[in-house]
Design a protein around this ligand. Structure first.
Ligand code: PAP
Length: 317
């Protein structure tokens, strides 16, 4: 999309302030997209051609993407790299599993992705219905992770505060909440993205695996088995006996990844410090920031939006 076309498009889209207080969120195809990503989102949707062997890690930001990237990479590439020689020891999960919108199509509207050896593993923050047709219609696999809406929003709010630009007038938590309750936040509405993947996972369980951050926290071993089976590469009895699943869970654990040199001091090409993807890694941390009435109001709205779907969230450990 040329700059002129982008400016024309922006004139036609509803716009709102983001948490940073700048008017830069645009409602594009049912998703609140930051203006900085709009062109990349459009190019990705138009041009990406999936291969049947591709694996797509999908999520809303701050829902456990980093963790799921590390887990998926480790499971899918375990026949190439053992845990002791894993590229995760020296590279961020985000460098190994690049994001379509933030990394690949931001730099180039038609990046050459053919050189990567199969299975290619990418990530996306797009809603299911906005994924390119070739992802939805090919045999490639989509692994989705969601997180309870309270921890998701607090994680995002904390990130914005930690990395605020000098002099930017950030919105207050109350102001952010007024927006969130209307579904206005980066790549929201929350309920639309989770419901899209939830329904797809029910209709096509061989295509979309729906995971919850809280479940991974509770039982990482059975979720690793689930991921491996879904990808068509279940752990063998021998692997289980040798402790391969436990090794991957240890390698990808919050404490292990966070303490690696690369994740303490490295920086991604996008400029994001690798350390910004590791904060507390807990279920229920929202209670340290949100008042009970704020949490109750937002949960009530989310529950209404999800009613009848069978999808529920655990908000405490
Ligand atoms: P992204 O959308 O920017 O990629 P994402 O990885 O989805 O971020 O979410 C970051 C959250 O996952 C952080 O949560 P917190 O703010 O509540 O602490 C981060 O700490 C948490 N996280 C990152 N890696 C792991 C991990 N290996 N295990 C558990 N939680 C993790």
């Amino acid at each position: 999309m040329e700059e002129e076309d982008l400016q024309q498009l922006l004139l036609t889209l509803p716009a709102e302030k983001n948490f940073e207080g700048t008017k830069s969120l645009y409602l594009y195809k049912g998703t609140w997209v930051p203006v900085s990503l709009l062109r990349a989102v459009d190019s990705f949707q138009r041009h990406f051609i999936a291969q049947d062997t591709d694996i797509i890690v999908a999520s809303m930001p701050k829902s456990g993407t980093t963790w799921l990237k590390a887990l998926t990479f480790s499971v899918a590439k375990r026949h190439i790299y053992g845990p002791k020689e894993s590229p995760l020891l020296t590279a961020s999960p985000h460098a190994l599993v690049p994001c379509f919108e933030v990394d690949l199509y931001m730099k180039d509207p038609q990046p050459n992705l053919d050189r990567a050896p199969p299975p290619r593993i990418f990530s996306s923050h797009s809603h299911f219905t906005n994924l390119p047709e070739s992802i939805r219609n090919s045999k490639c696999k989509v692994v989705y992770i969601c997180r309870n809406p309270l921890d998701q929003v607090v994680s995002y709010f904390q990130l914005v505060h930690k990395f605020k630009l000098h002099g930017t007038p950030l919105l207050s938590l109350d102001e952010c909440f007024e927006k969130i309750c209307r579904g206005v936040h980066v790549l929201g509405p929350f309920w639309d993205t989770v419901l899209g993947y939830w329904k797809a996972s029910l209709e096509r369980p061989d295509k979309v695996l729906f995971l919850k951050y809280e479940d991974l926290k509770e039982d990482i071993i059975s979720n690793l088995k689930k991921i491996a089976e879904f990808l068509g590469i279940p752990f063998t009895e021998e692997e289980e006996k040798e402790g391969a699943i436990e090794e991957i869970s240890r390698l990808c654990s919050f404490d292990n990844l966070r303490n690696l040199e690369v994740n303490k001091n490295g920086v991604l090409p996008s400029g994001a410090p690798n350390s910004s993807f590791f904060r507390k890694g807990k279920v229920g941390d929202w209670a340290n920031y949100l008042s009970p009435s704020m949490a109750e109001n937002y949960l009530k709205i989310v529950e209404e939006k999800l009613s009848g779907s069978g999808l529920t969230f655990r908000t405490s450990q």
